[in-house]
Design a protein around this ligand. Structure first.
Ligand SMILES: [Zn+2]
Ligand SMILES: [Zn+2]
Length: 111
């Protein structure tokens, strides 16, 4: 029966609902606030005025690590020439720089 629910229980449900709402909406609110703050400060929304975007292919390091795990797929009659340790390849996507100029705020001067 509803009469048997105590005030503290009702408060508990209310807090629980509030926490649930906050948890669900927090990331959206946070991104919205940070974006509006950046634009109000005149900062680039995409890069935060760093004028650089980190390369997603190499995670900004400019090189791709390979080794270890990939050798298991080699057939027995193929001998891998090189070391068994990790080798690093330069990232083609960012030309090993690890970042791109921000397309929103870092326009080339000749454009
Ligand atoms: Zn890269
Ligand atoms: Zn930018």
């Amino acid at each position: 029966m509803l009469e048997h629910i105590t005030a503290s229980e009702v408060a508990g449900y209310g807090v629980g609902a509030l926490l649930l709402c906050a948890t669900v909406s927090a990331p959206k609110i946070d991104s919205f606030i940070s974006a509006s703050q950046r634009s109000s400060l005149g900062m680039c929304k995409r890069c935060g005025d760093l004028k650089l975007i980190a390369c997603s292919n190499c995670k900004g390091s400019g090189s791709l690590k390979q080794g270890g795990m990939f050798s298991f797929s080699l057939p027995d009659d193929v001998s891998f020439v090189g070391e068994s340790k990790t080798i690093s390849l330069s990232c083609n996507k960012c030309r090993a720089r690890g970042h791109f100029p921000c397309p929103d705020c870092s326009k080339p001067p000749y454009a």
